[in-house]
Write a protein that binds this ligand. Structure first.
Ligand SMILES: CC(C)(COP(=O)(O)OP(=O)(O)OC[C@H]1O[C@@H](n2cnc3c(N)ncnc32)[C@H](O)[C@@H]1OP(=O)(O)O)[C@@H](O)C(=O)NCCC(=O)NCCS
Length: 173
């Protein structure tokens, strides 16, 4: 098995796998066009024979923060190390870009604890994530995801101020 940056030819495999888990909210639904547009965010795992096994993406908000998104392994390929390898590659990519803080929202924090992530009690500590995804999410008021960060919580945001994010989270609660 190997892990490599995705190419546009991987977009349909990524689309099918990510959206297979978007119905129950495990992953955010991604449009095919959005995957193509952001294909350079994606890393994939494939077998030695070149069979697609899974993917994950690193979204760069800016020098202060990036986010692990859409990390998923095909059911038949689980528990063989692919998810961990993808996550390590995304963390290395954040480091190559000089970004110290990596965030994510998840229902399976135990997986991410192993790779140095810790939980963030107050989601509004990550305003960029709130403005990018949460403010338009139908589950905002009943979010069952845990916010996590690896590295320090950034002091700045670029998509909106922390106070407004706090207000959104407060109103949704
Ligand atoms: C989470 C997921 C990507 C892990 O991929 P994987 O290839 O099965 O994981 P790995 O085999 O690399 O496991 C790496 C380590 O994480 C642990 N792990 C795997 N899945 C886990 C889970 N759901 N909860 C806690 N630990 C988990 C493994 O036991 C292993 O630990 P070890 O190194 O001590 O043996 C995969 O289970 C998946 O696709 N889940 C559904 C999608 C999802 O929930 N994605 C996260 C959205 S934020």
């Amino acid at each position: 098995m190997r892990v490599r940056k995705a190419r546009l030819q991987d977009a349909s495999n990524i689309y099918d796998l990510v959206n297979s888990l978007s119905g129950d909210g495990t992953l955010l639904k991604r449009a095919f066009a959005e995957i193509c547009e952001n294909i350079r965010d994606f890393t994939i795992a494939e077998s030695d024979a070149g069979v697609f096994l899974g993917c994950g993406a690193l979204h760069l908000y800016g020098p202060h923060l990036c986010e692990v998104r859409s990390i998923v392994v095909k059911p038949e390929a689980k528990s063989k190390g692919a998810g961990g390898k993808i996550l390590k590659a995304l963390i290395a990519e954040a480091e190559e870009n000089g970004v110290q803080s990596v965030c994510l929202f998840t229902r399976i924090p135990d997986f991410f604890f192993k790779y140095g992530f810790r939980t963030v009690e107050d989601k509004s500590e990550l305003p960029d994530k709130i403005f990018k995804d949460c403010q338009n999410c139908p589950r905002l008021s009943r979010c069952d995801e845990v916010a996590m960060v690896r590295g320090r919580i950034p002091r700045m945001s670029i998509l909106g101020p922390k106070q407004e994010a706090q207000e959104l989270v407060r109103l949704s609660g």
